[in-house]
Design a protein around this ligand. Structure first.
Ligand SMILES: N[C@@H](CCC(=O)N[C@@H](CS)C(=O)NCC(=O)O)C(=O)O
Ligand SMILES: [Zn+2]
Ligand SMILES: [Zn+2]
Length: 186
C-alpha cells in the first residue's frame, strides 16, 4: 500500500509557532518575477484542508490554509501575474498565472468570513507562522484522488499530528457560522 502524501509541512511533523511572529511575505513558486504578498501580523485558524478548491503543492492530498484580515494583506510585487480562479466562489482565490500558487483569497461577499483573506502560510519566507490546529474537509480528499480505502490511515495520521479530522470545519468555526446565520436572519 502506498502511503498518502498529506503535505510537506505535515508529513515530517509540524514546525512550531513563534509567539513573536509579526507577519511576513508570501512568495509564489516562480523564479522569474515572483508574486510577493505582505501579511501584517500572525495568521489565524491555520488548518489542513482536504477540499479540491484550495491550492496544494504537487502530490499533496491536503492544503495548509489560514486566514488574516483583508486589510493586513497587500500584494507588493508582480500582482499583474494574479488572476481569480473562480469568480463565482466565496473565496476569491488569486492564483499566479505562471506557477499556479494561490497567493490570497479574500471573502468580500456577505458571509461569516467576510473581511478575511485565505492564505497558504507555507509560502511565507519567514518561519514561525501559526502551526495548523485541525484538519477540515477531510472526506473531500477522496474527490482530490485519495483512495477511499486510505482514509482510515489518513485520519489516523492526522490525529497523530494533533490535527483532529473534520469533514467540514471544526466545532468552533461551525458554531461561529451558525451564530452568524441566526444573527443575520432576514
Ligand atoms: N467537497 C468540495 C468542498 C469544497 C468546499 O466547500 N471548500 C470549503 C473549504 S475551503 C469552502 O469553504 N469553500 C468555499 C470556496 O471555495 O469559496 C470539494 O472538495 O471541492
Ligand atoms: Zn508564480
Ligand atoms: Zn479548502
Amino acid at each position: 500500500m502506498t502511503t498518502v502524501t498529506l503535505h510537506p509541512a505535515l508529513d515530517s511533523g509540524l514546525a512550531p509557532t513563534d509567539p513573536a511572529f509579526v507577519g511576513g511575505t508570501l512568495v509564489c513558486a516562480c523564479t522569474d518575477r515572483p508574486v510577493r504578498v505582505r501579511v501584517e501580523g500572525q495568521v489565524a485558524h491555520n488548518h489542513a484542508c482536504g477540499c479540491t478548491k484550495c491550492w496544494k503543492p504537487d502530490g499533496a492530498a491536503f492544503s495548509v490554509v489560514a486566514v488574516a484580515p483583508i486589510d493586513k494583506v497587500t500584494v507588493i510585487e508582480n500582482g499583474d501575474k494574479l488572476a481569480v480562479v473562480d469568480e463565482s466562489a466565496l473565496i476569491q482565490r488569486h492564483a499566479c498565472t505562471s506557477c499556479g500558487v494561490h497567493m490570497h483569497g479574500p471573502v468580500t461577499r456577505k458571509h461569516p468570513f467576510q473581511g478575511l483573506s485565505f492564505l497558504h502560510p507555507e509560502r511565507f519566507e519567514e518561519a514561525g507562522w501559526q502551526q495548523p490546529g485541525f484538519a477540515a474537509f477531510v472526506s473531500s480528499a477522496i474527490e482530490g484522488g485519495v483512495a477511499p480505502e486510505a482514509m482510515t490511515e489518513v485520519r489516523s495520521r492526522l490525529r497523530d499530528l494533533g490535527l483532529e479530522p473534520y469533514d467540514c470545519l471544526n466545532p468552533g468555526l461551525m458554531d461561529y457560522i451558525a451564530t452568524w446565520t441566526v444573527q443575520n436572519r432576514a
